[in-house]
Design a protein around this ligand. Sequence first.
Ligand SMILES: *[C@@H]1O[C@H](CO)[C@@H](O)[C@H](O)[C@H]1NC(C)=O
Ligand SMILES: *[C@@H]1O[C@H](CO)[C@@H](O)[C@H](O)[C@H]1NC(C)=O
Ligand SMILES: *[C@@H]1O[C@H](CO)[C@@H](O)[C@H](O)[C@H]1NC(C)=O
Ligand SMILES: *[C@@H]1O[C@H](CO)[C@@H](O)[C@H](O)[C@H]1NC(C)=O
Ligand SMILES: *[C@@H]1O[C@H](CO)[C@@H](O)[C@H](O)[C@H]1NC(C)=O
Ligand SMILES: *[C@@H]1O[C@H](CO)[C@@H](O)[C@H](O)[C@H]1NC(C)=O
Ligand SMILES: *[C@@H]1O[C@H](CO)[C@@H](O)[C@H](O)[C@H]1NC(C)=O
Ligand SMILES: *[C@@H]1O[C@H](CO)[C@@H](O)[C@H](O)[C@H]1NC(C)=O
Ligand SMILES: *[C@@H]1O[C@H](CO)[C@@H](O)[C@H](O)[C@H]1NC(C)=O
Length: 304
Amino acid sequence: MYRFVVCSFSFLALAASLPVYKRATLDVDILQFALTLERLENKFYKEALSMWSVDDFVDANFTEDFYTQLKYIAHDEEAHLVFLEQAIKATGAEPVQACTYNLPLDSPSGFVESLAIFEGVGVSAYLGAASLISSKKYLTAAGSILSTEAIHQAAARNAIGEIPMANSFATPLSANAIYSIASRYIESCPANNTKLPFKAYPELIVTQGLPTAINSSITFSSNGSLPNSTQIYVTFVSGLDITSVTGTRNGSSIKASVPEKASGQSYVFLTTGNSSNLTDSNILCGPAIIEVTPSSPTFNISLF
Ligand SMILES: *[C@@H]1O[C@H](CO)[C@@H](O)[C@H](O)[C@H]1NC(C)=O
Ligand SMILES: *[C@@H]1O[C@H](CO)[C@@H](O)[C@H](O)[C@H]1NC(C)=O
Ligand SMILES: *[C@@H]1O[C@H](CO)[C@@H](O)[C@H](O)[C@H]1NC(C)=O
Ligand SMILES: *[C@@H]1O[C@H](CO)[C@@H](O)[C@H](O)[C@H]1NC(C)=O
Ligand SMILES: *[C@@H]1O[C@H](CO)[C@@H](O)[C@H](O)[C@H]1NC(C)=O
Ligand SMILES: *[C@@H]1O[C@H](CO)[C@@H](O)[C@H](O)[C@H]1NC(C)=O
Ligand SMILES: *[C@@H]1O[C@H](CO)[C@@H](O)[C@H](O)[C@H]1NC(C)=O
Ligand SMILES: *[C@@H]1O[C@H](CO)[C@@H](O)[C@H](O)[C@H]1NC(C)=O
Ligand SMILES: *[C@@H]1O[C@H](CO)[C@@H](O)[C@H](O)[C@H]1NC(C)=O
């Protein structure tokens, strides 16, 4: 699986500028954002299931049982979509409508690889939003949806031979980071959709095959606009750990060693500093999504 990096240094003007939000307004925006992501997932799964039959999945070496699970996954996502629509309507707001998408639907196996990634991003989205949600009712609902997304992620990872439980902790990501990922798959949205108060960072893509492993060198390439004078850090976000590694540059490429604390689906940003406080002011671009093969599990004898 190859991905390519483009890192440029101005924020894309995909979202409205950030007004000061009342907390209840922010809750509704988060519901709208969740609905935006669920609509994307829903479209992706429905298209895949309408394009490929059980035989196509079996020809691609998936089991019939996994195909059945895919149908349950699509059913769950539809239920999430309906739930969010109703929750948004109950606040008096108008739910965002479907957009037009640019989805990776080349083959059943590519679809399942992307599904595993999307579900992981879904987990990161709900987990990252948790600290922004003020209503306890919505927080419980977000936790409920998050758990289901994690089950989907586990099923898809298992089906493609990745360890489902590759990290002891799920990875929270900020709304802007999630928005950055989602906007790569969204071509355009209806003009009257509620504008979300989030923005997309410039894209960062890995220029080598994945998975990678701890201590391996991993290379990204920029489109030539890395600032010359600044030390650039490659910041890995994996589980609850944020680790910045000094990047080594060669022209428009930058490489770094995968840190010990990265495991499973992880996210990479280029940053101007090594602070674990990732903010808009130190993120240059990202996140790239990488897969880090987990180390063999070990146990601490004193904890038996
Ligand atoms: C490089 O970044 C610029 C500025 O964002 C963008 O317009 C251009 O398309 C990018 N080039 C490539 C090759 O992606
Ligand atoms: C399915 O598995 C068989 C046996 O391992 C292999 O020969 C074949 O190439 C695989 N097909 C696909 C589409 O991966
Ligand atoms: C946008 O317009 C369409 C049709 O004109 C309408 O069905 C939809 O509810 C509107 N969406 C929003 C978010 O106002
Ligand atoms: C990574 O490298 C460090 C330093 O050389 C070493 O102590 C550690 O055991 C390595 N970890 C793995 C998982 O290879
Ligand atoms: C950065 O350095 C390279 C090589 O030293 C040079 O070609 C390029 O013009 C410089 N870019 C900027 C923005 O200064
Ligand atoms: C830097 O990149 C060029 C190709 O872009 C490559 O030929 C060269 O070997 C690289 N240098 C180092 C030190 O990796
Ligand atoms: C972070 O960067 C500062 C300089 O900006 C340096 O003094 C410090 O040692 C770095 N910390 C780590 C963990 O790399
Ligand atoms: C992280 O940075 C933001 C913006 O610079 C700041 O408001 C916040 O207090 C910082 N958080 C921590 C834990 O340092
Ligand atoms: C094992 O657990 C004990 C108790 O929590 C802790 O003090 C110790 O550092 C742990 N050892 C390792 C190797 O993680």
